[in-house]
Ligand binder design. Structure first.
Ligand code: HEM
Ligand code: HEM
Length: 175
């Protein structure tokens, strides 16, 4: 019985796949940067860029899917929590799209085309500008990345709160 009920309030299979594969791509993109910082060679920065660009495509598809998806009815909660969750979900979408776009801008303004898994290249479509490359580098590392960390921590914190404090089974909507 309760199973049938909780199935009714789940996100669609597509939405769940989009969610968890985005989270996995974000993790992998970060791991590649971590490896790049700690190992020699140019393999991992190339993979960082490739996974980052993949995440951009994935997020664009995810937003299109989201526009056509009805969200399942929420468990009862105060209005301010609904508002904060909507705002932070919107921010996460915006940040995960802005991050790889800024990464691409950093590269091309630095005069480097972006190779994606050796499959295709994003050419240098701007005139090289070291100042702008530096600027986008700072935005990538010092602003957007820090915001991704904060919003992701809030997001996972909220999921843990629903799971272990409110015990309202919100997590099962996304499982
Ligand atoms: C959502 C996707 C992305 C995430 C989460 C991400 C994350 C990061 C992080 C955390 C760093 C800082 C590493 C550190 O110094 O501690 C970084 C650096 C860098 N990222 Fe990304 N990145 C993404 C996409 C991209 C893309 C698409 C490109 C290029 C096409 C790119 C190019 C770079 C470069 C060149 C650096 C090195 C900057 C430096 O050494 O100062 N990133 N990225
Ligand atoms: C352990 C990690 C994570 C858990 C447990 C988790 C859990 C959840 C849950 C339960 C929901 C559904 C909320 C609802 O039904 O209203 C959700 C939605 C969402 N999650 Fe996560 N999540 C995790 C990681 C991430 C990461 C890393 C990101 C991206 C940085 C992310 C982005 C989103 C977004 C944008 C939504 C909103 C979907 C929408 O309403 O359109 N999640 N997450």
């Amino acid at each position: 019985m309760s199973n049938t009920n909780s199935n009714l309030s789940k996100w669609s299979v597509a939405s769940r796949l989009f969610h968890w594969i985005s989270a996995a791509l974000l993790l992998i993109t970060w791991v590649m940067m971590f490896l790049h910082n700690n190992l020699d060679g140019s393999l991992y920065i190339g993979l960082h860029k490739s996974f980052g660009v993949s995440l951009l495509f994935w997020m664009v598809a995810r937003v299109i899917n989201r526009i056509f998806t009805k969200s399942p009815p929420l468990p009862p909660m105060p209005t301010w929590q609904v508002l904060v969750s909507k705002l932070s979900h919107f921010s996460l979408y915006a940040l995960l799209i802005a991050m790889p776009m800024v990464g691409i801008l950093m590269s091309v303004y630095g005069g480097r085309p972006v190779d994606v898994f050796g499959l295709f290249q994003i050419p240098v479509f701007v005139s090289t500008d070291r100042g702008l490359a530096r600027f986008y580098n700072d935005v990538h590392v010092d602003i957007i990345w820090q915001m991704i960390l904060v919003f992701t921590a809030l997001h996972i914190g909220a999921a843990l709160y629903h799971q272990f404090v409110k015990k309202d089974n919100l997590l099962s909507r996304m499982k």
